[in-house]
Design a binder for this molecule. Structure first.
Ligand code: SAM
Length: 288
């Protein structure tokens, strides 16, 4: 339960250094409020309820210079994500070393070994015996941490820190009395708006049509009277605009979200539908 969850007092107290060793600032005088070594850049992409980490692994080479974190509440699942990322990092380092040695036999042996090792949770390395399995960023830019994002998101991230938030196949909590457990709600959306910078994107995908409509309702106005009344009152929804489908087609992150998370693969296998909605964080309105 929550009392066992570790979380920083504030974002300035968060020690990210064990999670992104390749990004720790060389200047050892750069320490944060908790005395931890600072990174050379901030974490700016978050996968909420990351599950087994497929999204992070898929995004890692697409945004090699961007620090991304998956947050997951289940201990065993988070442990799996962490060891998966460690294995992929180790594999990349060995591949690069073998490639640098210009010994093609040694390089081939390393690729095979790496392919075996990286077969963590169905992650198949490229076994073609070529260097094509070397990816930019070495997976050093992704990490997983255990957290209950419904409670502790603002402890980890400051105002306007994030450029992207992903919420992929959130637990549906079908029954009406369980709706308060949903990870998309009026109050949580206000937190997402707080940590996301203007122009930043919040990505959602679900296979549950009813949940998709719930998402749309909670980020935008309906055309109904209620929506109108709320708008006049200056609601949180003033902060979001939906990104049109044409724009999403050109966004490689949407492809990863649709096809590379573990849940998306399950939905593909079961020939289910996938409903995508992405919202752009608008500039702060005058009332804010
Ligand atoms: N996003 C992954 C995917 O697409 O494969 C996993 C989807 S799974 C249906 C939902 C995940 O959210 C589960 O792994 C669950 O443990 C996690 N989760 C639920 N509530 C959470 C919370 N409050 N904080 C962090 N993770 C949470």
């Amino acid at each position: 339960s929550d009392h066992k969850l570790e979380y920083p007092l504030s974002p300035a107290h968060m020690d990210w250094s064990p999670h992104y060793p390749a990004f720790v600032d060389n200047d050892s005088s750069q320490i944060n409020l908790a005395g931890a070594r600072k990174l050379t850049k901030d974490v700016e992409v978050v996968d909420i309820g990351c599950g087994f980490g497929g999204l992070l692994i898929g995004l890692a080479p697409l945004l090699p210079e961007t620090l991304m974190v998956g947050m997951e509440i289940r201990i065993s699942v988070l442990e799996f994500v962490t060891s998966r990322i460690q294995a992929l990092r180790a594999q990349q380092h060995r591949l690069k070393a073998a490639a640098a040695s210009q010994n093609s036999e040694a390089a081939l042996a390393e690729v095979k070994k790496a392919a075996e090792e990286a077969n963590v949770g169905g992650q198949q390395a490229d076994e073609a015996g070529t260097m094509s399995s070397i990816i930019p960023g070495n997976y050093e830019n992704v990490a997983g941490i255990r957290s209950n994002t419904m409670k502790f998101l603002p402890n980890f991230f400051g105002h306007h820190q994030l450029s992207k938030i992903f919420i992929c196949f959130p637990d549906p909590h079908f029954k009406a009395r369980k709706h308060k457990m949903r990870i998309i709600s009026e109050s949580l959306n206000a937190e997402y708006a707080y940590v996301l910078r203007p122009g930043g994107l919040l990505y959602t995908i679900t296979d549950v049509e009813e949940y998709h409509h719930w998402v749309l309702r909670h980020f935008q106005y309906g055309t109904d009277q209620d929506g109108e009344a709320e708008r006049k009152a200056g609601g949180i929804k003033d902060l979001w605009e939906r990104v049109p489908d044409e724009e999403l087609e050109a966004d490689p992150c949407v492809r990863v979200m649709k096809f590379e998370t573990e849940e998306s693969k399950k939905v593909t296998r079961n020939k289910g539908n996938k409903y995508v909605a992405v919202f752009r964080r608008k500039a702060d309105p005058e009332w804010a």
